[in-house]
Design a protein around this ligand. Structure first.
Ligand code: NAD
Ligand code: WQD
Length: 345
């Protein structure tokens, strides 16, 4: 019988790509999502892309904080592991509405862990974030680098990491992998799945994509005076399909009896500047991206990229794609879905 994996936040940008990879890999995927920042159309498209494995996807519109609903789900089905994406992720919004972020991300996670424990499901892969490295003094960041949060969103990630460590200390039968990933971009090569943020995009590439399709006039570049090769911020962009493969590798690792509570970076190990990324997108799309130079965005790090050695060594995983493929696939998605999942049904 195939393994059944519960994916919280599975209708979202990253979750949808992992759900597809799970189905293609022969897993059963059960998605829990409240659809606050996603569309059910993504799930329909995943089913289509998964072909004969499509029927192995089921969806439950549940808010993670709804404990009775979660209890009912766990009572109806046995899960081999949980991949946990569900959460709010907009840094600026978390500064304005900290309680909303602590409520959603912390209470959602604690409720999930309680229900998992009650049903003897003790394997978890959690979406942490490279945001926990703050403004690093030394790059590449390794899993041992100092951590610090610059905003409430980042603090929810740090707190959840600590909760997971405490949980494992209290009961060593838990197996938990904390994945700190860097800047996911790109889309499934079909162009059927991709990032579809609500409102004004906070992140670089969704904004660039909206400029390219004519929804916004220009990209504002936050900071051109950093001590980097061209003065703009440097990040570790990673193709979302590589990230999905990293999750499958983490899932396999959860079956290793030696695993306790482990943290892994998922990145490419390479730093790319904002202007380099814009140039790569212009090349892939054939569209000119007008730029407006602006001051630094508060809380932004200058250079952030990660060491990939631990994931390569212990998960046997390495990112395959570079920025050309990321931009090619992102443009494929954007040009086919200029208004995201609202473009078509
Ligand atoms: P996303 O917003 O597209 O996906 C998150 C999903 O969780 C959405 O579908 C949303 O509707 C759902 N959700 C939120 N709160 C919920 C709740 N209480 N109950 C049920 N469902 C809920 O975001 P994403 O980019 O796919 O990110 C997924 C995870 O990865 C998040 O935890 C995020 O913090 C983390 N992460 C994202 C990035 C990034 O840059 N995208 C980087 C590092 C880590
Ligand atoms: C990248 C670079 C900006 C938008 C964020 C979260 C982090 C993680 C990944 C979840 C920076 C510049 C951006 C724009 C710009 N998410 N930029 N104009 O800040 O590295 O990380 O997403 O965990 O927690 O903080 O990503 O894409 O917002 O910015 O110039 O309109 O692009 O200043 O240098 P960031 P980003």
């Amino acid at each position: 019988m195939s393994s059944s994996i519960l994916v919280t936040g599975g209708a979202g940008y990253i979750g949808s790509h992992i759900v597809l990879q799970l189905l293609l890999g022969g897993y059963k995927a059960v998605v829990v999502d409240n659809l606050d920042n996603s569309s059910e159309i993504a799930l329909k498209r995943i089913k289509d892309l998964a072909g004969e494995n499509g029927p192995n996807l089921t969806f439950n519109k549940i808010d993670l904080r709804d404990k009775p609903a979660l209890e009912k789900l766990f009572a109806s089905e046995k899960f081999d592991a949980v991949i946990h994406f569900a959460g709010l992720k907009a840094v600026g919004e978390s500064v304005e509405k900290p309680l909303m972020y602590y409520n959603n991300n912390l209470i959602g996670t604690i409720t999930l862990l309680e229900v998992m424990a009650a049903h003897g499901c003790k394997k978890l892969a959690f979406s942490s974030s490279a945001t926990v490295y703050g403004w690093p003094k030394v790059v590449p960041c390794t899993e041992e680098s100092p951590v610090s949060a610059m905003n409430p969103y980042g603090r929810t990630k740090l707190f959840i990491e600590e909760i997971c460590r405490d949980l494992h200390l209290s009961d060593s039968s838990w197996k938990i992998i904390l994945l700190r990933y860097f800047n996911p971009v790109g889309s499934h090569p079909s162009g059927s799945l991709g990032e579809d943020p609500r409102g004004i995009p906070n992140n670089l590439m969704p904004f660039v994509q909206q400029v390219a399709v004519g929804r916004r006039p220009a990209l504002t570049v936050f900071g051109t005076d950093y001590g980097t090769k061209d003065g703009t911020g440097v990040r570790d962009f990673i193709h979302v399909v590589d990230l999905a493969d990293g999750y499958i590798a983490a899932l396999n690792k959860l079956s290793d009896p030696s695993v306790g509570c482990e943290v892994y970076n998922l990145g490419t190990g390479k730093g790319t500047s904002v202007l380099e990324m814009v140039a790569a997108f212009e090349k892939a799309s054939g569209k000119k991206i007008p730029l407006v130079k602006a001051s630094r965005r508060p809380g932004d790090a200058e250079i952030l990229y990660g060491s990939t050695e631990k994931a390569e060594r212990e998960l046997n995983w390495k990112a395959k794609y570079g920025i050309e493929e990321m931009c090619r696939d992102q443009w494929n998605w954007a040009s086919k879905n200029p208004y995201g999942y609202d473009s078509t049904n």
